[in-house]
Design a protein around this ligand. Structure first.
Ligand code: AP5
Ligand code: MG
Length: 222
């Protein structure tokens, strides 16, 4: 487990909290491109990579991710612990998809080398979340997100950035979308209260354009 007192020169952690499809990944990627001091870490991207490579982590996580359930806390805390160890020289890490339970948030609070300074909550209605998730496509090579209606690629089925093939995530299909949204409500939404109590929570209206949201976040995270 992560433990001890926080050092003065600790890494600044900024948490992006929000339901599946609320735009966390889109914004975190843009921020990391626009500001060299910021590193983006997505637990979902990391798990999908591990599943693709069939590592021990991937083999354990596969069934949970495919069903839209959370991977057990112990596994996720070990993953974040090793990731943050590798990023200890970094100024700011945007955590996209972690924490997702109170146990994960408490583990983060115990870290001697990092401190959660701000938590941005991406607020969006259920109907827009479903629309965004069901229309999302991802580059199979560089993970750049697209949307069939809102952000189609210039050439159908092909990534504008690297030419990679666009795919649909298995958990963006059918009933799994509703399962993920229900899991968010039952296990993750409670973190709004958790971080609200320590005055670190900032709510973002995630229904606006990506550019407007990016400009706002970039100003705050300068
Ligand atoms: P993860 O990959 O983190 O998925 P998620 O939280 O379900 O979030 P998404 O990636 O689906 O949405 P997003 O908010 O990043 O939205 P995006 O920017 O892509 O996790 C996957 C799975 O891994 C979990 O279900 C779980 O099994 C496991 N897992 C991960 N972390 C875990 C943890 N800590 N503990 C336990 N298990 C864990 O945008 C969505 C779409 O909308 C895109 O098409 C995009 O182009 C579009 N869009 C974005 N912004 C806008 C906008 N402003 N206007 C219009 N369209 C927009
Ligand atoms: Mg994402």
């Amino acid at each position: 487990m992560l433990s001890c007192a926080v050092a003065e020169d600790s890494v600044r952690l900024v948490v992006f909290l929000g339901a599946p499809g609320s735009g966390k990944g889109t914004q975190a990627k843009r921020l990391a491109i626009s500001n060299p001091k910021i590193v983006h870490f997505s637990t979902g991207d990391s798990l999908r990579e591990a599943i693709k490579k069939a590592t021990l982590l991937g083999i354990e996580a596969k069934a949970y991710v495919e069903r839209g359930q959370l991977v057990p806390d112990g596994t996720m805390i070990r993953l974040i612990e090793s990731e943050l160890e590798a990023l200890k020289q970094v100024d700011t890490v945007v955590l996209d998809g972690f924490p997702r339970t109170v146990a994960q948030a408490e583990a983060l609070e115990q870290s001697p080398t990092t401190r959660v300074t701000k938590v941005y909550y991406f607020k969006l209605s259920h109907s827009i979340l479903v629309e965004r998730l069901s229309g999302r496509r991802l580059c199979s090579n560089c993970s750049e997100p697209y949307h069939v209606q809102f952000f189609p690629p210039k050439v159908a089925g092909q990534c504008d950035k690297c030419g990679g093939k666009l795919i649909q995530r298995n958990d963006d299909k059918g009933d799994v979308i509703e399962t993920r949204l229900a899991v968010y409500e039952s296990q993750t939404a409670t973190l709004l209260e958790y971080y609200g109590q320590s005055n670190r929570l900032i709510t973002i209206d995630a229904s606006r354009t990506p550019e407007t949201i990016h400009d706002e976040l970039a100003r705050w995270l300068m």
